[in-house]
Design a protein around this ligand. Structure first.
Ligand SMILES: Cc1cc2nc3c(=O)[nH]c(=O)nc-3n(C[C@H](O)[C@H](O)[C@H](O)COP(=O)(O)OP(=O)(O)OC[C@H]3O[C@@H](n4cnc5c(N)ncnc54)[C@H](O)[C@@H]3O)c2cc1C
Length: 263
């Protein structure tokens, strides 16, 4: 079985701070990590590899330092890694990102499964996985909290707000992972030694290697743009109404809500 896992290097915070002047994300002093959902996606690929044998390739698009994230994946047990890094990719929105990833998947050749995280904690759109499946014209199962493979059939429980549904499809397919899927393993000592050594198995591809035109990726190929980003002001302190009996407190609350034209 061939499995490709798409991973993203993200800032280690779920409270992205925005520079109010420039509207861009403040990255200084914020360490980078492997996106949490992507760790679950990789763990699932490694479990399948442990159970039935599989070749696991990790794929990311990012700046040169994203290689550190790929090394972490290799140290967890991935077989090889591809870094898409080229100035032409800069400023890609989800549309352009999925375009570059799809070209890389085609270049990698056949696969049975693509695993992605549900959502990256910085961009937060949850669009890249489904877009990639659409571009490759394969089935997708999103929000997977369990995954089983039986020959060429993949079956997942999809987490919903009020329960779950069981969805089954044929491979090749793309699955987006959520944290309920599994508990990611730690990097092994041997894995760290090999992955962070001089001969780490990481290929670096630019636009020319993907056989696509530079106009299909990057800022110019990105139909979405963020006009303004800001952190909402903190909520003001609530008002406590603790005087009197329960009826009196309820009356005071109703009067206050009327005054505010809520009721
Ligand atoms: C505040 C802010 C403003 C931004 N403004 C702009 C803008 O104005 N214009 C612009 O073009 N872009 C902008 N971006 C960047 C861009 O929109 C996204 O970061 C990028 O396209 C990926 O989308 P996402 O992070 O929402 O990923 P999601 O769709 O949430 O990710 C889902 C999954 O897809 C996979 N994945 C996502 N990205 C990658 C990747 N690079 N490599 C491999 N796998 C991946 C991972 O498995 C991930 O778990 C901005 C980002 C932020 C945080």
């Amino acid at each position: 079985m061939r499995i490709i896992v798409c991973v993203k290097q993200v800032p280690d915070t779920n409270e992205v701070k925005i520079d109010p002047e420039t509207g861009t994300m403040i990255r200084a002093g914020v360490p980078s990590i492997l996106n949490p959902d992507d760790k679950n996606a990789l763990e699932q690929a490694l479990l399948l590899k442990d159970e039935a044998g599989a070749h696991v390739t990790v794929l990311t698009m990012g700046p040169p330092q994203a290689a550190e994230t790929l090394k972490e994946c290799l140290a967890m047990g991935a077989d090889d890694a591809v870094l898409l890094s080229d100035r032409a990719f800069a400023g890609s929105d989800t549309w352009a990102t999925s375009n570059a990833l799809a070209a890389a998947v085609r270049k990698l050749g056949g696969f049975d499964l693509i695993l992605t995280g549900r959502q990256a904690i910085d961009g937060d759109t949850a669009q890249v996985g489904p877009q990639l499946a659409e571009r490759l014209d394969i089935a997708q199962i999103t929000y997977a909290q369990s995954l089983e493979i039986d020959a060429d059939t993949v079956r997942c429980q999809r987490l919903l707000e009020d329960g779950y549904e069981i969805v089954e499809t044929k491979t090749p397919a793309l699955i987006t992972a959520i944290k309920e899927l599994n508990r990611p393993r730690y990097m092994s000592i041997r894995g760290i030694y090999d992955a962070f050594g001089e001969n780490a198995n990481i290929k670096v591809w630019g636009v020319a290697d993907l056989g696509i035109d530079a106009s299909q990726v990057g800022l110019k190929a990105s139909p979405t743009s963020v006009n303004r980003s800001f952190s909402p002001p903190p909520k003001p302190k609530g008002k406590k109404m603790l005087d009197g009996t329960v009826d009196e407190m309820a009356g005071a609350l109703a009067a206050e809500l009327k005054r505010l034209h809520v009721i």
